[in-house]
Design a protein around this ligand. Structure first.
Ligand code: FE
Length: 341
């Protein structure tokens, strides 16, 4: 089914409604050159116009950002386009501005930014809801108060994060407030431990997910030693450890690539860990599925840190238990707090 089909336009319209698009609003749709996103751009354009908003498409030639190159985007070096976009209330991002200075500049100017790069079949299953927003915000209120996060698993994970130094990234799947970024479909939250305040061991077990440029389900465990905010050792006998080590530059080449990045947990009850092999997928089923702990490595600039590196790995883990101070939030991969379970 095309991203500009009647069914797709209906979906984009529901999503734009959640983003508070209506008469008097201006929606800028940012599309990459080439054919890949043209149907989606036209579909969003039709949906925004149907809702009574003003809308336009900006097509920016330039390579679509790959996961190996976070931080440089088709907006880089185009200040005149950035100035134009600042006049929009909502920017629909089909080019992947994530982790870029340009995105932060647009948010600071008050633009709402909605990233939408997952293939249509995934998004049709995962249209977010106000109920998802409520649960993610309830979890964020707990995370906000916590001074310490402790994560364990039967596989051997035992790691502590000192909290309170970074803001919280709240992804409920729609951008409904000025300056807010979100990612359709969303359904998780995250923050960073303090720069030198993450210590312990993380063991990636069978079924955990390495969101490398090609998604990979871990088969053979990988042990990560973490000292003062950095992974210092990666051990494992299987192919998965080989992949991880091949992805990363050496610690001498790029120390920040080995830094611990965001940490949080998934709350999306519709997302499916096992839903894989949809062509072009970005991995939001795996990032957001209910009860996963999403560990990650690499940059922290998105939440205001100073660690810059193009190497970012999201690593959703199953069957973990998680405590915020003394309050248990997850028990072996199940959310146990009634307000956001
Ligand atoms: Fe990430």
């Amino acid at each position: 089914m095309s991203d500009a089909s009647i069914e797709a336009v209906q979906l984009w319209r529901e999503e734009l409604k959640l983003c508070k698009v209506g008469p008097g609003q201006t929606v800028a749709i940012l599309a990459p050159g080439g054919d890949a996103m043209q149907d989606r751009a036209q579909g969003f354009l039709a949906a925004a116009l149907e809702l009574g908003a003003d809308a336009y498409v900006v097509t920016l030639p330039g390579p679509r950002m790959e996961l190996y190159g976070l931080g440089s985007t088709p907006l880089t070096g185009r200040p005149q386009v950035i100035e134009l976009l600042k006049g929009a209330d909502l920017i629909v991002d089909l080019v992947l501005l994530l982790f870029s200075k340009e995105q932060l500049e647009l948010q600071a100017a008050g633009c709402r930014v909605l990233l939408c790069v997952e293939p249509l079949p995934i998004l049709q299953r995962l249209l977010p809801t106000p109920e998802l927003k409520e649960r993610v915000l309830a979890a964020a209120a707990d995370l906000e108060k916590a001074k310490r996060m402790h994560i364990t698993s039967d596989a051997g994970t035992d790691v502590e994060f000192e909290l309170g130094h970074y803001p919280i990234l709240v992804e409920y799947g729609f951008a409904d407030e000025p300056g807010r970024w979100d990612h359709f479909p969303g359904g998780f939250l995250a923050t960073h431990g303090s720069d030198d305040g993450v210590n312990g061991t993380v063991v990636l077990d069978t079924g955990d997910v390495l969101l490398l440029p090609q998604m990979r389900y871990v088969e053979d465990p990988i042990g990560l030693t973490i000292e003062n905010g950095y992974v210092t050792k990666i051990e494992g006998k299987g192919l998965d450890a080989v992949f991880m080590l091949d992805f990363l530059p050496s610690q001498d080449e790029d120390r920040e690539a080995w830094a611990v990045s965001h940490i949080g947990w998934g709350l999306n009850r519709e997302a499916r860990w096992s839903m894989h092999n949809v062509p072009g997928e970005f991995g939001m089923n795996q990032r957001a599925f209910w009860g996963n702990v999403q560990f990650s490595t690499g940059p922290n600039t998105e939440l205001g840190g100073t660690r810059e590196t193009p190497y970012h790995l999201d690593i959703p883990m199953r069957n973990c238990s998680l405590w915020l101070d003394d309050k248990q939030v997850l028990d072996k991969g199940k959310v146990v707090v009634p307000e956001y379970a």
